[in-house]
Ligand binder design. Structure first.
Ligand SMILES: [Zn+2]
Length: 323
């Protein structure tokens, strides 16, 4: 059985998967990320973890490996230029290091591109050619597939959808700009918005949980409070959903996708955001483009990036064989 390894290097752990020819996950694993470790050492540990995953399966023929990593990555030269999670890895030839450790053809790309490609090939975008993927977590990442190919730009820095400015004098974003979509709908944007509403004396349920029960104020807690009808949490969800919808409306007008796929931890509460998202899209996007764009949750969830990394490696090696 031909198999591919999918690897997602995150800030706290490295996710691994053995992926079959059709994109099905055959085995999963994870190891800790050690931020001070060199990429050479980390890939040696990844190799050991992959070996034991492969040993758990029978009759495998490892063809290639795909690696996703947060940051600015040049997939042609295989370079990691800039990484917020792993400063030690910056300016390293990550593709060469990975290939030497793993002993097979290796393809590297940005983690959000990998997740977008995973949804496109084997997830919520299966069967369509044009897809916008946006991942809602601490950061807000994105990937865009147009006519069956990832949109890359001159240096593969395209599709930073979370850093679309939606309010030029809005709150500070982690990227340094003001009023990015991420500054409103990323984890810290939601928490900031809830905190300011609590300061104004709103939100009985959320206030009790945070002050009396000493629960940390997280997006999850905000969504739970909204489900209980808490006024502050409901207002946060309404605002975030509306602003997310405004961002998505722009992406719909720009890219004319058939699918808009939402991934990341916050997307698990998409049912609460959805009415506000849909309202903003129908108000702001061109009607016909909005009609063609189905907004949906990720199908692959946490598997999107490893499945996508593996499929990128598979498609790259096959394209190379075809010449
Ligand atoms: Zn930003």
């Amino acid at each position: 059985m031909k198999v591919y390894i999918g690897i997602d290097i995150g800030g706290t752990n490295v996710k691994l998967a053995v992926v079959g020819d059709t994109g099905r996950i055959r085995a999963r694993g994870a190891i800790d990320t050690q931020p001070d470790e060199t990429p050479q050492k980390t890939f040696r540990r990844i190799r050991l973890a992959c070996d034991s995953l492969l040993k758990s399966l029978t009759n495998t023929d490892l063809v290639a490996a795909g690696v996703g990593c947060a940051g600015l990555i040049d997939p042609v030269r295989g370079y990691l230029l800039l990484s917020p999670n792993l400063p030690v890895w910056e300016k390293s030839p990550i593709e060469r290091i990975a290939r030497r450790a793993l002993g097979v053809y290796t393809f590297v790309d940005n983690d959000a591109n990998c997740a977008a490609y995973g949804e496109y090939r084997v997830g919520a975008g299966r069967g369509v050619k044009n897809l916008v993927f946006i991942t809602l977590g601490t950061g807000v990442g994105g990937g865009v597939v147009i006519d069956g190919r990832l949109l890359r730009g001159v240096a593969n820095y395209a599709a930073e959808l979370g850093h679309t400015t939606i309010n030029f004098d809005g709150p500070k974003c982690h990227c340094g700009n003001r009023g990015c979509l991420e500054a409103y709908v990323g984890s810290y944007g939601l928490v900031r918005s809830a905190r300011s509403r609590l300061r104004q004396g709103k939100g009985r349920v959320l206030r009790r949980w945070v002050t009396e029960d000493k629960k940390p104020l997280t997006p999850w807690l905000i969504f739970e409070a909204a489900r209980k009808g808490d006024a502050a949490a409901t207002a946060v969800v309404k605002e975030a959903g509306g602003l997310l919808g405004i961002g998505l409306a722009s992406f719909i007008n720009i890219f004319n996708p058939e699918r808009v796929v939402l991934g990341g931890g916050i997307s698990s509460s998409f049912d609460l955001l959805e009415p506000h998202v849909e309202k903003a899209i129908s108000r702001s996007a061109f009607g016909e483009s909005a009609r063609l764009a189905v907004v949906t949750r990720s199908v692959l969830g946490n598997d999107a990036s490893v499945a996508g990394a593996a499929m990128l490696a598979k498609d790259a090696i096959e394209a190379r064989k075809r010449g």
